[in-house]
Structures are given as C-alpha cells and as structure tokens.
Design a protein around this ligand. Structure first.
Ligand code: PLP
Length: 483
C-alpha cells in the first residue's frame, strides 16, 4: 500500500513539472528547485522527489549537472520531417528477391548495436517475474503439457484482453477473440480469410516488411497508398485508389506504424472505418504498437469505431512484454468463424501454459506497471537516439520522431544508396534496416533507412550512431550527392 502511495506521489510530481515545461513556464536551461527544497515545499520525502526527477530524466526533460543540481534540458535539435510519400499509383505483384532476403538477414545481424531489427532490449522486459509465474503455472497445471489445446485459446487470457479493450473503447468480449502465434499469424489468418490469389490489397507506404512477405506468399497485389510520416495513410489517396482499382482489403497500422511511426488522428480512423464499411471492404488493423504510446492516453485503434464487424483487429504481447512467448490475438469481427477455422488448420493452438502465464501477469496488474516503466525508458531513449542522429548525420537527412513505438525513419537526398551503406556499416557490426525492405517497389525508399531505438542507451550505441553518420557522409561524397 505504501509503495503504491509513494508511486502515485512521485508520478504526480513528475507530471506537474512536465506540465510546467510543456506550457513554457519552465524553459530550457532553468534550474529546478533543489531536492531538499522541493521535499519540504511539497511535504514529500526526499526519495519521492528523487524518483520524480529520475522519471523526468528518463523522459529526456531534465538533466543533472554535476554539483549544480537539475536543469530543464536544452531542446532537442529541430528535425525536418520527411514529406508525404509518393508510391506508384498502380497495384503491383510483390516479389521479394534473393537480394532482399539477404539484406533482411544482414540488417538483423550484429552482436554490437542492434539497430536493424525492431526489437526491445531483452533486459527491459520483466523476464524473471514471468519466469516465476511460468514455473508455478507449470507446477499447478502440469496436465496442460500433456493435452491438446484448440482455438479460440485460453479463456482466462481472452478475458484479460477483452477487459483491457475497455480502455480504448473496444468493448470486446472474450468470445470475440482468437489467440494466435503472434501478430504475424493474426495478420496471416486475416489476409487468408478475406482475399483470394490475385486480389488487390491497399497498404501504407512504406509498409512493414512482414506484411509484404505475406502478400507475396498469398500472391496478392500491393497497392501502396501515400502515407504521411505524422498522420499516416492518406484517406484522399485511398479513396481515389479505390475508384480505379478493385481493392479487396486494406491493411493499416493506425497507431505508430512501422517503419514511419505515424499515428492516425482519431477523426481519420473513424473516416477510414466508415469509408470501408460503406464499400464492404474489410479493414485489417495491426495494433501491435498501440500500448506503446508516450502520452498519458492510449490512442484508440480504428477498431474502436467499428460498428459492423468489418474490422479485423490484430495485436500481440511481442513488442511490449514477451517476444519469446509469441502470443498474439485477433478480433476478426464478422470473419470470426473463418479465422477460427483457419487457425485450426494452420497451427491449431498457441502453447497454453504461455497463454495462462500472460493472463496471470495481466490480471495481477503487473502488465500496467511494466508498461508505464517501459514507455518512460523507451521515450527517453528514443529522444537520445534522435538527438544523436541529428548531431552526427548529414545535415540534409530528414527524420520522423514518433509519439510512440521505437523506430525512427530517416530520409536522405534522393539517389542515396542505403544498401551500399549497409554493406559498409555491417563490416563494423552496425546493422540497420535499409528502406528497400519496406516497399514492393525496389527503388521507392532506397534513399531511406529505419533505426531501431529499442536497445538501451549506452556509449556503445552513441559511438555506433556517430560512426554510421560518418559512413553516411562518406557515402554521399562517394555518390557525389550534395548535402
Ligand atoms: C507492424 C508489425 N506487425 C507485426 C509484427 C510481428 O509481430 P509478432 O512478433 O507479434 O508476430 C511486427 C514485428 O516487427 C510489426 O512491426
């Protein structure tokens, strides 16, 4: 109880100070009152003030200066955002050639700074707590090891996921959900449920590489829609594209897309849902980053506006909690029976001991506590990555700095060859994901790259980013591109 109470106190003190900074009442370079003074002014303990300052430091809002106290941080260097993307206006078959597979594996390599794969530092997850719950669950439910499990998945976990949907206005019921092997399987089942080979699927551009791989494997055509780095898929462009192409499904990551990090405004989500319901075109929503918001409020997914069951909602715990467990889910709306049957055919079930372990963790309140801590660390981390990139990268680079998730998208002047840069940086154990991975068209984003900011900030990461910046400058010079 006491822990709980002091937790609330330090968080509310931190958010009061954050509010003063956001309103401009406290400006960069202003000195904060000393810990002792604040503690007596507010009648709180020294450790409450220290914890509040720690939170603000993690969020990149204040900094400690040796023997001088705490100061509001100087503002981050201002970045220039990339413009809205302009992909090809016609549907195209997705062919992921051997070269792109090689690039994918290259980008995921590296014992050093893992800037390639969109993944969080394993030490930021509550591994020991989950291990303890897993052991006791296995002891108490040993028969689960010896039994088959069937779709739709563990009832206790479905209940917890449904309960949490209330937070974003989803009002899901346990019976609306099918548990899957990660979000990737959820997407796979949904695509399979609503399309046939040769169909056209409208997607954001750039798009998550795994989605492109699935479109290829189902022999679907990708219709890439212009996407804004801040507000996501362009609804005007989508509407126009649907007039000229026979679109059979739309896939979006409305909350913190990968790789752009864009967040669709609520109004756009509502319009998107209405637009597709009117035309009877299913919307597959991937909300894997929805819980990874930096603001106080979780952004609502498009599913929150679904009144007809036309939205197939996919997510998982893999980005925020336990990627090793591979537990995800889908709320497929009116496609429930088809998706459930496909799950039965494809992998039958997801290990139930793991499902139950997660259910118990969520039920205990551990998940919310973990999310708060994780988001705080990652937000601060992401800003440090962005500041460092802007300090060391060529001045012509443009950058998106999202309000959630943990990837940064960087755009260099057109013509820049990010694959050539990867081939050089990988020799020094500095992988990243080049832009060619995120489009069906080979050359749409060859001048871009995605950086993973999930790795904890360290001198090693800083050195890797600095070196990558130097190599990018050399690359521009080699290609004689002015910057
Ligand atoms: C947008 C997006 N969707 C789905 C996935 C795959 O999710 P999971 O690991 O839950 O299968 C990823 C992984 O990087 C992703 O970025």
């Amino acid at each position: 109880m006491t822990v709980e109470k002091s937790g609330l106190l330090y968080e509310s003190l931190a958010s009061e100070i954050a509010g003063m900074i956001a309103s401009g009442a406290m400006k960069s370079g202003d000195k904060l009152p000393s810990i002792r003074k604040l503690s007596s002014q507010r009648d709180v303990s020294l450790s409450t003030v220290i914890q509040a300052f720690r939170v603000l430091e993690d969020r990149g809002l204040i900094e400690a200066r040796p023997q001088a106290g705490f100061y509001v941080r100087r503002p981050a260097i201002h970045w220039r955002e990339p413009a809205i993307t302009q992909p090809a206006a016609t549907p195209c078959e997705v062919e992921i050639d051997e070269l792109r597979w090689q690039i994918l594996y290259l980008s995921q390599r590296g014992e050093g700074a893992a800037l390639g794969c969109a993944a969080i530092d394993p030490d930021l997850f509550p591994n020991q707590t989950l291990q303890r719950i897993l052991s006791s669950t296995a002891r108490r439910h040993a028969r689960m090891i010896g039994s088959y499990a069937f779709p739709p998945g563990n009832a206790q976990l479905r209940r917890q996921i449904a309960r949490r949907s209330f937070e974003w206005g989803g009002l899901l019921r346990p019976d609306d959900l099918v548990i899957t092997n990660g979000c990737i399987e959820a997407l796979y089942l949904c695509l399979q449920a609503v399309t046939r080979p040769g169909d056209v699927v409208a997607i954001e551009s750039p798009a998550y590489f795994g989605l492109l791989q699935q479109l290829e494997s189902f022999k679907l055509k990708a219709l890439e829609i212009p996407t804004h780095p801040v507000t996501g898929i362009s609804l005007d462009a989508l509407e126009m594209a649907m007039r000229t192409s026979d679109v059979k499904a739309v896939v979006v990551v409305a909350n913190f897309s990968n790789p752009l990090g864009s967040l669709m405004p609520e109004e756009n989500k509502r319009k998107l849902v209405e637009l597709l319901a009117e035309r009877d075109i299913p919307l597959i929503e991937d909300d894997i980053y929805g819980d990874f918001h930096f603001s106080d409020q979780r952004p609502r997914p498009a599913k929150a506006f679904d009144t007809t069951g036309n939205v197939l909602y996919c997510s998982s715990f893999n980005k925020v909690l336990a990627p090793g467990f591979r537990v995800g889910w889908v709320a497929p709306g009116r496609y429930y029976a088809t998706v459930q049957n496909l799950k039965m055919i494809s992998s039958m079930s997801t290990p139930e001991l793991l499902q139950l372990t997660l259910a118990q963790f969520v039920e205990s309140g551990g998940y919310d506590h973990h999310l708060r801590k994780l988001r705080r660390s990652v937000e601060g981390q992401l800003h440090k990555y962005a500041d460092t990139i802007l300090r060391y990268f060529p001045s012509g680079a443009r950058l998106t700095v999202p309000q959630g998730g943990y990837v940064l998208w960087i755009e260099f002047p057109r013509g820049f060859d990010s694959v050539a840069l990867l081939r050089r940086s990988i020799v020094e154990d500095i992988p990243f994901a080049p832009g060619v991975l995120f489009s069906a068209s080979q050359d749409a984003y060859g001048h871009c790259m995605r950086i993973n900011c999930g790795l904890r900030w360290s001198a090693k990461v800083e050195a890797a980013l600095q070196r990558l910046g130097d190599l990018a400058k050399e690359q521009l010079a080699l290609q004689q591109i002015p910057h």
